[in-house]
Design a protein around this ligand. Structure first.
Ligand code: NAD
Length: 326
């Protein structure tokens, strides 16, 4: 199998590329290196079966050329991260909607099965626990740019479903919940890498809001098992799946756990969302996926618990910090 991975120099995309290459598959990555980086390919760039193309997914000619040479498409490229979305809403909307249109159009021309990376953000402010795929969305108003990301991912899903219904293109929607692991950067507002880096530097961990909001964090390698199984399942075509962990933790407890594992002397401090982002941000208290559908379809569930995942991430960041010092 030859897989095209859009956004393959990013956090999740680079792990996916590495996994597929190690499994003996061929991989083509397209990435514009906006939030991704070439260093993410360091551990596997020796593979002759890897091709990296620096380019934009909105370039229709390039996308058609690349899609035509591959068997399947994992579409992961997107403008990601609460901070980036707040700072650059135009870029977010244009990349996430325009880019997906170009990818799906090319996939449809050549009849290539496509997995679209969506997000738990589409559930918006809904207070349901857990979130099920067919639940209603409850998105906030257009005054808050955060919802632009959620809407853009929902439009991507609608577009994927439309291609499936109208043209029979095999599209799978995968709603990722918080995913964590080595190589994730804290630069664009991701909570775990930031907390770990602050803790390792013995700086205070900055908790936005009350800290009582909770999340479920899935280890990236577990998520890959799920999305690869979906790509291989005939039954998955035309459907949307939650992919995430069901182990819930409050942000306050997450900070305490990271302090305990790292032995940080920096402590914690609370700051408001407005202080953190320079503008008010609406945040959700809980976000727990129902993983019944993916479990029933491909037998997937996460295997690595949060403690083990945090150990792996902390080790990764300690090694990177050591390398930077050397
Ligand atoms: P990431 O920022 O590390 O990866 C996104 C990649 O897309 C980057 O390498 C970036 O350079 C690339 N990219 C952006 N715009 C592009 C363009 N126009 N053309 C080509 N490449 C472009 O983020 P990630 O966490 O690896 O996210 C991957 C996917 O998973 C995204 O679609 C994201 O919405 C989704 N997702 C991630 C999470 C999570 O917790 N990490 C949660 C929900 C959904």
């Amino acid at each position: 199998m030859k897989a095209l991975i859009t956004g393959g120099a990013g956090f999740i995309g680079s792990h996916l590329a590495e996994r597929l290459l190690k499994d003996g598959e061929e991989v083509v990555i397209i990435d514009n290196l906006s939030t991704g980086q070439l260093e993410n390919l360091e551990t596997f760039r020796q593979y002759a079966t890897l091709e990296f193309v620096r380019g934009d997914i909105r370039d229709a000619t390039l996308m058609q050329m690349l899609v035509s040479r591959c068997d399947v498409v994992f579409h992961l490229a997107a403008a990601v991260g609460v901070q980036l979305i707040a700072d650059d809403p135009v870029h977010t909307i244009e990349t996430n909607i325009g880019g997906t249109e170009t990818v799906l159009d090319a996939a449809n021309k050549f009849g290539r099965r496509t997995l679209l990376a969506s997000s738990s953000e589409v559930y918006g402010k809904s207070e349901s626990v857990p979130f099920r795929e067919d639940d209603d969305f409850m998105l906030g108003g257009t005054a808050f740019s955060r919802w632009a990301y959620a809407c853009s991912k929902a439009i991507d899903e609608f577009l994927g479903q439309a291609y499936y219904q109208q043209y029979g293109l095999e599209v799978i929607g995968a709603r990722f919940f918080n995913t964590i692991g080595p190589r994730q950067t804290g630069r664009y507002g991701m909570v775990v890498p930031r907390f770990v880096q602050w803790a390792l530097a013995n700086e205070p961990i900055r908790i936005y809001g009350s800290g009582r909001q909770s999340r479920c964090f899935c280890y990236v390698e577990d998520l890959l098992d799920g999305i690869i199984a979906l790509m291989e399942s005939a039954e998955a075509a035309g459907k949307v799946f939650n992919v995430g962990s069901v182990e819930e933790i409050s942000i306050e407890d997450l900070a305490d756990k990271i302090i305990a594992i790292t032995g940080s002397t920096g402590g914690k401090e609370h700051i408001s969302y407005e202080q953190a982002y320079g503008r008010p941000i609406e945040d959700m208290m809980r976000r727990v996926p129902s993983i019944e559908r993916i479990r029933e379809t491909v037998g997937w569930e996460p295997r690595t618990d949060l403690d083990e995942t945090l150990q792996i991430i902390i080790e990764h960041f300690s090694e990177t910090a050591e390398k930077d010092r050397a």
